[in-house]
Write a protein that binds this ligand. Structure first.
Ligand SMILES: Nc1ncnc2c1ncn2[C@@H]1O[C@H](COP(=O)(O)OP(=O)(O)O)[C@@H](O)[C@H]1O
Ligand SMILES: [Mg+2]
Length: 361
């Protein structure tokens, strides 16, 4: 696999404030990479460094094997799409699409060809004569994407492109961006704070906190094998259930013990690495807890506290030995508050974290 964008030991400081610290990231040719993290963690800063809109304080950025650390944005072979659209208000859609190419002295016939192709891909042909003020938010964002498309670049950079749109439009345009990537096969680097966008779009997710990448993996691995407590809690809605306890031994068997209750760890992926006495946090996703069916030999008593029917799913909040846990079950299965139930955990899909380091065991 060839590398498209390579970030080598990049640091960025604003005055005395260090935003990115010795950050390394290799993005493969044709890959859809999502930078995910909460507001202020440094996603836009990193994207702007790649684009050349910010100068790095240390380190290098290579695109297609070429060191572009000190190149102008226009010479980096990138196209950028912002949350704010950044369209020229006085120009028609057509002019917005072609303006950059005119400035770059691309021949008119080539400009016409590229504008026609981009507007066909994004289905904005009927809008070409309008001005941005005469467009909806979704249409404006399509034009903004079109402006990156006509530049015929190797790498697309997106900074929260869907954040200003309402929920329905956001999910529609999300699908379009995925379709765009499937047909163009360009490298795309996409910044978002939205875990659903990250999980649905990414080949790989780089999840960031305080300017440091916490985990870089495909969405399935991030979801099922979060490397630390932060990643585990950031991904998934409702959040993974966390139980604080310790590892104990009874006979030759290892248990997770919390509030005096033992949970067998049979089936946990790294069982042989665990030793009794360690303080740990057990993480179990709501859909990996079984209620009243397929329970297996180990069953625990719980009581339904709240039921939140969501159509396809039903979310139960259960009280169990001093914990409240969320459990996702089929929407057709309904429970009244106060109902006693039996539950069991699927330990093959659970996560254990060291209580001190918060790293996955
Ligand atoms: N021009 C600037 N001057 C000083 N601090 C900045 C500047 N731009 C961003 N920051 C700070 O850098 C941090 C990361 O910002 P940013 O990359 O925009 O975060 P994100 O895009 O993940 O929300 C934030 O704490 C922000 O306040
Ligand atoms: Mg940002």
């Amino acid at each position: 696999m060839t590398t498209s964008v390579s970030i080598k030991d990049v640091s960025l400081n604003f005055g005395a404030v260090s935003v990115l610290k010795d950050l390394n990231l290799e993005i493969n040719d044709g890959e859809f990479l999502v930078l995910l993290g909460s507001s202020g963690c440094g996603k836009s800063t990193l994207l702007n460094c790649i684009a050349g809109l910010l100068d790095v304080s240390a380190g290098q950025i290579h695109i297609k094997g070429k060191n572009v650390t000190w190149e102008e944005p226009k010479d980096r072979g990138i196209g950028m799409v912002f949350q704010s659209y950044a369209l020229y208000p006085q120009m028609s859609v057509e002019k917005n699409l072609s303006f950059g190419l005119k400035v770059a002295k691309v021949p008119q016939a080539e400009i016409d060809k590229r504008v026609a192709r981009a507007s066909e891909i994004l289905q904005i042909q009927p809008l070409l004569k309008r001005r941005p003020a005469e467009l909806s938010g979704g249409q404006r964002q399509r034009v903004a994407i079109g402006r990156a498309l006509v530049r015929d670049v190797d790498v697309f950079l997106f900074d929260e492109p869907l954040s200003n749109l309402d929920a329905k439009l956001r999910s529609e345009l999300r699908v379009e961006i995925k379709r765009l990537h499937q047909s163009l096969k360009n490298t795309m680097i996409y910044v978002t704070h939205d875990q659903i966008e990250a999980l649905t779009l990414a080949d790989r997710i780089a999840i960031m906190k305080n300017g440091v990448i916490q985990q870089l993996s495909d969405p399935t691995t991030i979801y099922n094998q979060p490397r630390n407590l932060f990643v585990a809690g950031f991904i998934g809605s409702p959040s993974m259930n966390f139980l604080h306890g310790e590892l104990t031994k009874s006979g030759d068997k290892l248990f997770f013990t919390a509030n005096g209750v033992n949970f067998s760890l049979n089936g946990y992926e790294a069982l042989e690495k665990l030793e009794a006495g360690r303080k740990v946090i057990l993480g179990v996703r709501p859909e990996h807890i079984k209620v009243n069916e397929d329970l297996g030999p180990e069953q625990h008593d719980a009581v339904v506290d709240i039921e939140e029917p969501m159509g396809a799913d039903n979310l139960l909040w259960l009280k169990h030995a001093g914990h409240v846990m969320s459990v996702r079950i089929n929407g057709a299965r309904r429970f009244k508050p106060g109902t006693p139930v039996k539950l069991s955990f699927d330990m093959t899909l659970a996560s254990l974290f060291d209580a001190t380091t918060e790293n996955r065991l």
